[in-house]
Design a protein around this ligand. Sequence first.
Ligand code: KIV
Length: 275
Amino acid sequence: MPVKVCAVSSETGKTARDLKRMKREGRKIVAVTAYDWRVGEIVDGCGVDLVLVGDSVGNVFAGLPSTVSVRMRDMEYHTRAVSRGVRNAHLCADMPFLSYQTGERDAVRNAGALLRAGARSVKMEISASRHIKAARAVTDAGIPVVAHVGLCPQSVNLYGGYGIQGCTPESADDIYRLALESREEGAVALVVECVPPALARRITSAVDIPTIGIGSGGGCDGQILVFNDLVGLTEGVPRFVRQYCEAGKIFSSAVEDYVREVREGTFPPPDGEND
Ligand code: KIV
């Protein structure tokens, strides 16, 4: 009699396999970043498919000029926090600068620490072939890798800015090659940041894993935005961002009301009035 094997997961949330199925079925993948448990819980409750604890935490949470100062202990702390709020989405955490560029051993150890903090996959910026070797080692250790190609913000000091990448035929071919090699070496998804839409489409149709675009047009299998950008908490967002509300203004107006009421003595209300 054939043995019936049931797929039982000890963890919660979508898996890399679920995301791959969404690509096959032509369903768009919606992804967003989160840095604390409550925002994790809110975006999870809105039905997003993937929550990324991005190293953009350095910019949007800590107010740093780039992501290069973000450390492993920052990523572990925020991943642990967000994991408390995320139940249904796939939780991915960024490998910060110098957590894998220094070699395969570091890559595996650091990726493992993010899994132990609650992530179900890690994202690695792939701006050179040797990063793919580190990604392969992480995959071989049993940890799903999302490969980030195109604009890799950890290399900002090499680029000299955050401009669109892949604008010449040679650089487009380089990014295309890194994307395909990442897939061959086991990546479960690709984040494609700030490349011309035609290149994003070319990558998307060449791979069987989902591509999640940011600033790369509408031809990817999904989209990702930084939470603070999409709710209007960031000032001076890139042109490709759509701000769905003005949370910065809503917060300011609430706190201004509070400041005024405390100063004029209308908050708290007179004793007994709120009972
Ligand atoms: O760190 C981050 O938030 C990211 C996304 C913008 C893709 O890498």
